[in-house]
Write a protein that binds this ligand. Structure first.
Ligand code: SF4
Length: 446
């Protein structure tokens, strides 16, 4: 009888893709993937996130939830993998004794063996080696998709060679490593042939694509090549770094109709002293210049960005400058994180740490401002016709739920629309109104 394996994946889409590779290996090894909460699994794998405190807590809670099932005799073994396991291997072994095996990113290379070793009690220190380097993480390989059939993430690189002072990702995932272009293109083709008509390019820094392997930025070329895939309809770019948004990249985005006029461009702050302490490349003036260039090249661009409030030393003036900038730029989408010190990062050692409550207060102020901006942005779209992909049907409103180019799945808003529609199909939708919260659009098929 085949082993029943439950899988819980937390964190960002990069981690999700790693999880999908692990799922494919488990299936190829003849194991059965089951719902850990319902079916009673032989082993449950928790693919953890180690990004910020709240993400780590979520990962710990997931392990504890599985520990409860184990105590009740509903599951047999717990295996902890992913970013948090990479960084806090020893701590997890000591503080979460319910975990039967703890392995870093390299576990994604042969997860089936780790499962078998754990089930037979043979998971040795060697198979859960704390010193395994992040480079052991496989960047290619078969995946069992966990997203709806009509779209998929495509990871074009892993690791990060930027050294933002607040971020622990480089210490967890290692230096930036691009996936060779032929491998990206072949995976893209497989995904499209499997039914994914929207591909979402991800990496810790997508705009650095190629620099390590080819000695130059090759994202524009990669995009052009991907656009040649016949049945691909939409390409979406996440996680861009401002100073690598080149004129060439903007030209490709303007010329290739398959590339959505959407860009996720985390700016993190706008005040020069804070940007300096963050060790971000580029000044406030540079960032403003990049934004103007993007808007000039792509007037209908939907820009998503993120900011951090409460970095050590962020003064009231720094914060007010950021607040003014948000009012001025009217970003289509905006996320804000309250800073929390990450062990081993330069920012954690900086003087003038800001109380967590103040960082949260500042976050709330920015999000309240953004709520008003989002409503105005949404109202400006009333009367327009957008191409929307149907994602689901909402019985409560008796409407379809879809996404326009403005909406990346799982993070942005959506378009509720009436008229017959099938999941995964594209429709022209006339926008008639805006939801009560000011974020979602409401329309009908034309
Ligand atoms: S660009 Fe900066 S914030 Fe993003 S993963 Fe790299 S170091 Fe972290």
């Amino acid at each position: 009888m085949s082993e029943k394996i439950g899988f819980v994946s937390l964190g960002c889409p990069k981690n999700q893709v790693d999880g999908e590779r692990m799922l494919a290996q488990l299936e190829d090894a003849g194991m059965e993937i089951v719902d850990a909460l319902i079916d009673g699994a032989d082993a449950v794998i928790v693919n953890t996130c180690g990004f910020i405190d709240s993400a780590k807590q979520e990962s710990i809670d997931a392990v504890l939830e599985m520990a409860q099932l184990k105590a009740e005799g509903k599951i047999r073994k717990i295996i902890v993998v992913g970013c948090m396991a990479q960084k806090y291997h020893q701590e997890i072994l000591e503080q979460l004794p319910e975990a039967d095996a703890v392995a870093g990113l390299g576990a994604a290379g042969d997860i089936a063996q780790l499962v078998r070793d754990t089930l037979t009690g043979a998971a040795s220190d060697a198979s859960t080696d704390a010193d395994e380097s992040p480079e052991a993480l496989p960047l290619t390989g078969k995946r069992l998709l966990t997203t709806p059939a009509h779209w998929a993430y495509l990871k074009i690189a892993d690791g990060c060679s930027n050294r933002c002072a607040y971020c622990s990702i480089p210490s967890i995932r290692g230096d930036f490593r691009s996936v060779p272009m032929e491998d990206v293109l072949s995976e893209a083709l497989d995904l499209v042939e499997g039914g994914a008509r929207e591909l979402i390019l991800i990496a810790q820094d997508t705009t650095s694509y190629g620099l390590d392997l080819y000695g130059e930025l090759r994202l524009p070329e990669l995009l052009r090549e991907m656009c040649k895939i016949d049945d691909l309809r939409r390409l979406r770019l996440l996680y861009c770094y401002p100073d690598r948004v080149t004129p060439e990249l903007l030209s490709v985005m303007a010329e290739e109709p398959k590339i959505l006029h959407y860009m996720d461009l985390p700016l993190q702050h706008i005040s020069d002293p804070v940007l300096g302490r963050m060790n971000r490349r580029g000044t406030s003036a540079d960032l403003r210049r990049v934004l103007s260039e993007i808007r000039a090249a792509l007037p209908d661009i939907a820009l998503r960005t993120t900011f951090i409030t409460g970095l050590p030393g962020e003064s009231n003036d720094d914060f007010e400058e950021l607040h003014r900038f948000i009012k001025e730029q009217k970003f289509a989408r905006l996320g804000v994180f309250a800073y929390s010190p990450q062990e081993g990062t330069p920012a954690a050692e900086m003087p003038d740490q800001i109380p967590a409550e103040l960082a949260e207060e500042r976050l709330d102020i920015l999000m309240r401002t953004q709520n008003d901006i989002a409503r105005v942005n949404a109202e400006a779209l009333v009367g327009t016709v957008l191409e929307v992909v149907c994602e689901d049907y909402d019985g409560y409103t008796d409407m379809n739920i879809g996404r326009a180019y403005l909406d990346a799945p799982e993070i942005d808003a959506c378009v509720y629309f009436s008229g017959a529609a099938e999941d995964g199909q594209y429709y022209s939708v006339k926008i008639l109104g805006v939801s009560d919260d000011g974020y979602d659009l409401i329309g009908k098929r034309t």
